[in-house]
Design a protein around this ligand. Sequence first.
Ligand code: BV8
Ligand code: ZN
Length: 268
Amino acid sequence: MPPSADMETFRKLVNAAKHVVILTGAGVSAESGVPTFRGAGGYWRQFEAQQLATLQAFRKNPSLVWEFYHYRREVVLTKEPNPAHLAIAEFEKRLQHEGKKVVVITQNVDDLHVRAGTEKLIRLHGSLFQTKCMNCSDIAVNFDSPICPALKDKGKPDTNAEDARIPVESLPRCQKCQGLVRPGVIWFGENLNEGDLTAAGKELEECDLCLVVGTSSVVYPAAMFAPQVAARGVPVAEFNLESTPATSRFGFHFEGPCGKTLPQALSP
Ligand code: BV8
Ligand code: ZN
């Protein structure tokens, strides 16, 4: 049976729900102007994001990988939450007043859910605004722009942009031990944080409604989460511009920009 697009029926489920999980991907930030991974925005210079989002790439060329993350930090620092982020945050507050629970589980590494006011947030893949020390493993929050002098005006996304070839001693260093720091994100081939996985698993097991917003559902293990909820017989609604490999698993699919469809679904 193909998923329903009946918003009125879905809104009845929203009003009856007591524990809602909202899974988000890059599409929830697209209308804020943050490029998604796939589609046009997914390329920086001649690379696909997942060629740079690996420990191997960082070890091989830390200057290039830092240019990539510096570029993305600087882009996000100029952007604002969009109506999708805001609808989710307002929905959480409204349900909280009714003694109900809303939890956002995001794959995104921008900070737009936090800036929109979302409180219960599980960040599966870390944050652009955290660093982790390669030497002492210290994790620090860092919103410095630029994150280090050598990266100022670097990271241009154009395919013909010159690699900055910054010497490793001029790349971002640890405040504690002066070791080289890396972006505080989970790279491809790296395990997710055990605590986050356990916390997410509990919410997915207990929720009575799930929304999956702006994700191509191709990156694991996050791609398994919404289908896992659907398999329990709990209603799942997908909000996306198009169908995804997971669409057929869900009871609802609302096609269109989530900056428009989410407020329709979640407003009082
Ligand atoms: C792991 C942080 C154990 C970094 C990210 C072969 C088969 C299956 C799996 C694997 C495999 N080989 C390796 C794997 C595992 C791998 C994986 O899944 N690879 C994929 C590519 C096949 N996963 C991992 O490595 C994970 N770790 O499995 O550990 C392990 C250990 C060792 C060896 C093997 C396994 C770690 C994955 C985390 C990677 N880090 N981010 C950074 O950001 O730089 S992933 C990154 O990409 C994002 O965080 C996000 O998760 C993903 C992008 O996906 P989306 O968010 O969905 O974004 P995308 O652009 O793809 O789609 C946007 C969607 O929005 C589209 O559908 C579009 O239509 C829609 N949209 C756009 N605009 C709008 C919209 N919708 C609504 N409104 C709009 N306006
Ligand atoms: Zn250190």
